[in-house]
Design a protein around this ligand. Sequence first.
Ligand SMILES: [Fe+2]
Length: 459
Amino acid sequence: MAVLIVFGLLLSLAMVCNGGITSTFVRKTESTVDMPYESDAFQIPPGHNAPQQVHITQGDQEGTAMIVSWITPDEPGSSVVLFWSDKHKTKKAEGKAKQYKYHDYTSGYIHHCTIRKLEHNTKYYYKIGIGQAERTFWFVTPPAVGPDAPYTFGLLGDLGQTFDSNKTLAHYESNPLKGQTVLCLGDLSYADNHPNHDQVKWDTFGRFIERSAAYQPWIHTAGNHEIDYAPEIGETKPFKPYKHRYTTPFKASGSTAPFWYSVKIASAHIIVLSSYSSYGKYTPQYKWLEQELPKVNRDETPWLIVLVHSPWYNSYNYHYMEGETMRVQFESWFVQHKVDVVFAGHVHAYERSERVSNIANNLENGKCSPVKDQSAPVYITIGDGGNIEGLATNMRDPQPDYSAYREASFGHAIFDIKNRTHAYYSWHRNDDGAAVKADSMWFFNRYHHPVDDSTSSQS
Ligand SMILES: [Fe+2]
């Protein structure tokens, strides 16, 4: 009887299946709608032709350059950025402005300006715009690349621009763990969910994220909602709006396209891949990754992190196995090079995997199930930013062994690197206070401290 009572109590906390934990947290179900065009979250800055949609991203491999991007709505204005710090006098950099047309929409003037030769670990101020419409922002450069440089990454995926998206961003901003750079896992504006891929939604999204993206770099991953391929309205160039608006420092890592590239930040080497660019053998992305992985120096950057939009291990009945062809193509490399963690979006829920691999199959030996593998990454799906498509609630049953924790709630995560051996990871659901960790794990570095860090084997 006592055993039955204890079992009942356990069930009330979480449903234990074949695999890990399926959280039974019940969130309020409400319809997810975009914030209206005139919402405060999309406020247009005052002044004629004032720069808007300001956002920054790292501008080189080492973190001594920043790309500043913004849009002037009415006329080209100036592409100049003035920047200074408490110990550096004002310098000037000049960028370029471009427009694009999409169906019956013409964009504002989209400026990108790279400011270089920045000092590490320094707060810089920057000013854009002319006269009455000048705007000043600031950011802090990351510490010099090195094996024990601590750093805190925020993780956001599939954000969109609904009232829930606003909650997710506010929740991230108020998290006491203080993310220093956002690793954004793709699917930004969801403009393509609206008639003719309503490009104004790209503008409102740019104004929405400015409050974060103008002050800390966002590292971008391309998602399917960035493709904007719409032959029915004459738009046949994939990624046109995204490519114009969100630039990346791809050339610095020897990439030939903005959708796959790498950056080093503090003690992390971050590889960004594109689920929606070809990756078969001999393709540019394949060749680039083949050359990139051996270049990673774990004595310089112990933490090897990969970002991709479509997850490889996903136990929801949404986008199930969509990441399979890329997994088959690249998973053995990830195990060989001991990738610490792979972050993905796409599925509008949260899931964390065990360290597993599924690379033994040769079509003849029947070895086609994932197995625990201490050289494999942890796969985390964090497509729970709160976009207009709503939550993915339908899960595969029973929970497979590869799945350590899963829950259909909106939220964000933090990956907090302490040193070369330890990083603290936590996931924060919107329904709780920002400091509450709904799921967490101490990561042990796969190169410097390859000890079993599974939460299920520790409990
Ligand atoms: Fe997606």
